[in-house]
Design a protein around this ligand. Structure first.
Ligand SMILES: Nc1ncnc2c1ncn2[C@@H]1O[C@H](COP(=O)(O)OP(=O)(O)OP(=O)(O)O)[C@@H](O)[C@H]1O
Length: 293
């Protein structure tokens, strides 16, 4: 797959990779009669240029977090910065400008990102029409080349394979050379070959200078990212880096154990915490006193 945008020095102003800072981020869906707390205090830093997978059980808050990063949902509490944008203070005009230039969003399901009656090239051009004044955008065929669709510029989404459509959705997300690319389940419902195509396109986009954050249920896709963040019960519960797993201490002092460990111990298990001379911590399960059983 080709490689326009590969030289960061050549990228235009505003296309530097963007970082993300979340502090105590809360989001609540307010329904008639009751509230659903989807995010309950997310603390997360993503440095510019990182590639990050958000994984976790269904309903844990991954898509909600991605929507907040995209400025599509407003935080109920906490702090959220994407590059220079303070998403707590930003008004609708700034959020729209951000999505039109700095942040590319690929929604779940390729068809939600594409206009079916336009060719691949026209879809990319359509996404470029909102680019901020002064932003130099690549010609659509170059963006298509980045996702391996240089030869499909005249085809409509319906004439592409499922993997091709998903790569076109990525091209639309990359149309304005965003510093942050957000993608929700970009490989779901694809066969192994198409999944590899999409992963290659994502890797090329990452190398070209975008920070990449994606939501996935696919462990192979997650492993292809530099960091794997596990969202549990609306907050960051664990993190994986270079094949090593870490638990993350919550701001309320709570600690999620790996699910298989938590399941083996059972809820309410009593653990003695023993700091070790080498700086590690030992958690020792102990029996509850007779009178508590
Ligand atoms: N539009 C909505 N209205 C009300 N509640 C919602 C809405 N969208 C999500 N939720 C609830 O918010 C919580 C988090 O949902 P979210 O979709 O962010 O989780 P997820 O980890 O992305 O799940 P999945 O992996 O199934 O997509 C869940 O309890 C869900 O039921």
């Amino acid at each position: 797959m080709s490689s326009i945008l590969l030289d960061r020095a050549e990228t235009a102003a505003g296309t530097e990779p963007l970082g993300v800072t979340c502090r105590g981020l809360v989001y609540i869906y307010r329904l008639e009669g009751y509230d659903v707390v989807a995010l309950s205090g997310v603390d997360l830093d993503i440095t510019p240029g990182q590639s990050v997978a958000l994984i976790g059980p269904s309903g844990s808050g991954k898509s909600t977090l991605l929507s907040l990063l995209a400025g599509l949902l407003p935080p109920a509490a906490g702090r959220l910065r994407v590059g220079d944008h303070d998403l707590v203070k930003a008004g609708p005009a700034e959020l729209q400008r951000m999505r039109a230039g700095d942040v590319g969003v690929v929604l779940q399901g390729s068809e939600r990102n594409l206009l079916p009656y336009l060719s691949a090239e026209q879809n990319v051009r359509f996404a470029q029409r909102g680019a901020p004044a002064g932003r130099s955008v690549p010609v659509p065929r170059e963006v298509l080349g980045l996702v391996g669709l240089a030869d499909a510029a005249r085809r409509r989404p319906g004439e592409l394979t499922p993997g091709g459509r998903q790569r076109l959705a990525l091209a639309v997300g990359l149309a304005n050379r965003p510093g942050l690319l957000l993608a929700d389940e970009p490989t779901s419902q694809l066969d192994a070959g198409a999944r590899t195509e999409v992963l290659t396109a994502l890797a090329d986009a990452h190398r070209a200078g975008s920070t990449v954050v994606l939501v996935t249920h696919d462990p192979d896709v997650a492993r292809s990212m530099e960091r794997v963040i596990t969202i549990r019960d609306g907050r960051v519960g664990a993190e994986g880096r270079r094949g090593e797993d870490y638990s993350v201490l919550g701001r309320d002092g709570s600690l999620h154990l790996p699910p298989e460990v938590a399941e083996a111990l059972g809820p309410g298990a009593l653990l003695r915490v023993e700091p070790q001379p080498d700086g590690t911590l030992l958690l020792v399960p102990v029996d509850r006193p007779e009178e508590e059983r």
